[in-house]
Design a protein. Structure first.
Length: 92
């Protein structure tokens, strides 16, 4: 008897190091930001948040965007996040 996992397809992924949203279909995107212990460590916080908001605004409304970052940056980003962002889950 074959094991169930022997009859499955391998997960296909696309690793992209730039923030682009050329597709308007719903997607799942993982953004990995550096881990900052404090906001003072972020060299250009305004530009970072503007680019994140621009990316979020250009995605399909049904897309899922996961942002992996430190708690201090996540909390601070929420204060300037676009209205299109709907927070669903926080993990620490």
């Amino acid at each position: 008897m074959a094991h169930l996992s022997e009859n499955t397809l391998k997960l296909q992924y696309n690793l992209n190091s730039t923030l682009t949203s050329g597709d308007i279909t719903p997607d799942v995107t993982l953004l990995i930001l550096p881990y900052f212990n404090s906001l003072e460590e972020v060299s250009d916080k305004v530009t970072l948040y503007e680019e994140l908001n621009l990316f979020i605004n250009q995605t399909n409304p049904r897309s899922v965007i996961a942002i992996l970052t430190s708690p201090v940056v996540a909390a601070d980003f929420c204060t300037s996040a676009t209205n299109k962002l709907h927070l669903k889950l926080w993990m620490q």
